[in-house]
Design a protein around this ligand. Structure first.
Ligand code: FAD
Ligand code: NAD
Length: 452
């Protein structure tokens, strides 16, 4: 078997890998990308996109089901949902996007090879395809193999014990669901199933949901979970499952289905990295800020390199690596990586949290004083700014509230462009919008509030 030569081989066509390959192809680099799944990775096939589709369907269902309870003068009969049809709709979106990514790779003259890739050595990779084994010899290899859900030994996936992938493919709404883990996945998917009518209980090992954030940010979400009838048991650990009961250190909880969402581990097992002498950072591949591993010509991007495990971080890393391989002097100089938790209400964080910066000015504006929030019947939450005390440079912005995910771009741009409190306070924000809360938070930090 003769080796197929290329300048760049990318292993994994998730957001990190496919963006890297597209940019490399556009820059004229002879590029091959390998994945055993349709292009798009975890994010497109079983992560970001399917979960946001389910959240949307659940929101629609819940809003219709509860329309008669509100103050808008709307009366509706109780709706029904055929989750099988919802999942088929979600699958169509996924397939459209799979084809879209495949088309973009083709347009950039990148060769997509379907199969499982495995290192032979630092320059040689074999791929098991439907047509047999292919062997590639590459000048540079990018490892973009992503992550997989952590499995608890006493709750192995299968049957009624679901990973996020299983939960996003259910064709019926379970009567009851216990979610193990009150992090991103547990809260997003748990909330969706509660809105669809399941009795949901979330158990979380620490003393707070989303323990990486401060309690002020998570409080509106906790309040909403309660309103949605979701029980949250903090400081509770799962121990096993038998006869429809999830066993925990605080007692048993009835559960038709158990969703285990206790974090994700890097996917390094199937790619044969043991054939290489890579430095590791725990279970993750250790890379420098340019995503170079400890071996020349081998790069790693995305979830396989550790937190934050976010699609847009993987994409930004992928693009940077491609530009560098084309000889462009690009370095990682991002000021912040925004994170959005698609809970109800949504949470956005960019840059530093209060307490992470000494000598800071911190101010917030509550949505209860925002007219747009009133007219959409969602006054919960706030926007908060954290600025450096000596020069008013904005270093962090957080928000919790309905629909605030769409404000993440304005927040990130402000930090990336080095905006000060004065810049945001002096920018005209359209009325009536939730974004006015950003301007008001900046005004408040300057002691110049107008609307509160
Ligand atoms: P991945 O997307 O995991 O892609 C890796 C690819 O490598 C896979 O396609 C895999 O098949 C392939 N692969 C692995 N090993 C091999 C091999 N040996 N040979 C060939 N191919 C291989 N992030 C967000 O930013 N926003 C969200 O809203 C969001 N929601 C999420 C919801 C859920 C339920 C989950 C699970 C994750 C979510 N994430 C979200 C996280 C996001 O999906 C990941 O951060 C992102 O997919 C990481 O991209 P990646 O390119 O590093 O790896
Ligand atoms: P996570 O780290 O967000 O949350 C896991 C939670 O489980 C933590 O709060 C942890 O304390 C808890 N936990 C751990 N062991 C436990 C146990 N035995 N019993 C009870 N609780 C336990 O992990 P996740 O929700 O699985 O998500 C994985 C990653 O996927 C996230 O880090 C995130 O980067 C990414 N993701 C992002 C989005 C988004 O951007 N909107 C959505 C989903 C996932």
């Amino acid at each position: 078997m003769s080796d197929i030569k290329c300048k760049l081989l990318v292993i994994g066509a998730g957001p990190g890998g496919y963006v890297c390959a597209i940019r490399a192809g556009q820059l004229g680099i002879d590029t091959v990308i390998v994945d055993r799944q349709p292009p798009g990775g975890t994010c497109l096939n079983v992560g970001c996109i399917p979960s946001k589709a389910l959240i949307h369907a659940a929101d629609e269902f819940y809003n219709i089901a509860h329309a008669s309870d509100g103050n808008l003068g709307i009366t509706v009969a109780a709706p029904e949902i055929d989750l099988g049809k919802t999942v088929a709709w979600k699958d169509q979106i996924v397939q459209r996007l799979n084809s879209g990514v495949a088309g973009l790779l083709k347009k950039a003259k990148v060769q997509f090879v379907a199969g499982n890739a495995r290192f032979v050595d630092g320059k040689t990779v074999t791929v098991q395809t439907d047509d047999g084994e292919k062997r590639f010899r590459a000048e540079n290899v990018v490892i973009a193999t992503g992550s997989a859900p952590i499995e608890l030994p006493f709750l192995p996936f299968g049957g009624d014990i679901l990973s996020s992938t299983d939960a996003l493919a259910l064709s019926q709404v379970p009567k009851s669901m216990v979610v193990v883990g009150g992090g991103y996945i547990g809260l997003e998917i748990g909330t969706a199933f509660a809105k669809l009518g399941a009795k949901v209980t979330i158990i979380e090992a620490t003393g707070q949901i989303l323990p990486q954030y401060d309690s002020a940010l998570t409080k509106p979400v906790t309040q909403r979970l309660k309103k949605l009838g979701i029980e949250v048991q903090l400081n509770t650990k799962a121990q096993g499952y038998a006869k429809g009961l999830l066993q925990t250190d605080k007692g048993d909880i009835p559960a038709d289905k158990v969703l285990v969402a206790v974090g994700r581990r890097p996917r390094t097992d199937s790619v044969g990295i043991e054939e290489l002498s890579l430095s590791m950072d725990g279970a993750f591949i250790d890379v420098n800020s340019a995503c170079q591993s400890s071996m020349r010509g081998i790069y790693a991007i995305g979830d396989v390199t550790g937190e934050p495990m976010l699609a847009h971080r993987a994409m930004a890393q992928g693009e940077m690596v491609a530009e560098r391989l084309a000889g462009h002097k690009i370095s990682w100089d991002k000021r912040c990586i925004p994170a959005v938790c698609f809970t109800d209400p949504e949470i956005v964080t960019c840059g530093v949290l209060p307490g992470e910066l000494e000598d800071s000015k911190v101010a917030e504006f509550p949505f209860i004083a925002n007219s747009r929030a009133m007219t959409t019947e969602r006054e919960d939450g706030f926007i908060r700014v954290v600025a450096r005390a000596n020069d008013d440079a904005i270093m962090g912005i957080q928000a919790v509230g309905a629909g605030v995910s769409e404000l993440s771009a304005a927040f990130t741009l402000a930090i990336e462009m080095g905006a000060t409190l004065q810049d945001i306070a002096a920018t005209i924000h359209a009325h009536p919008t939730r974004s006015e809360g950003f301007q008001e938070a900046a005004l408040s930090a300057l002691g110049k509030s107008l609307h509160i």
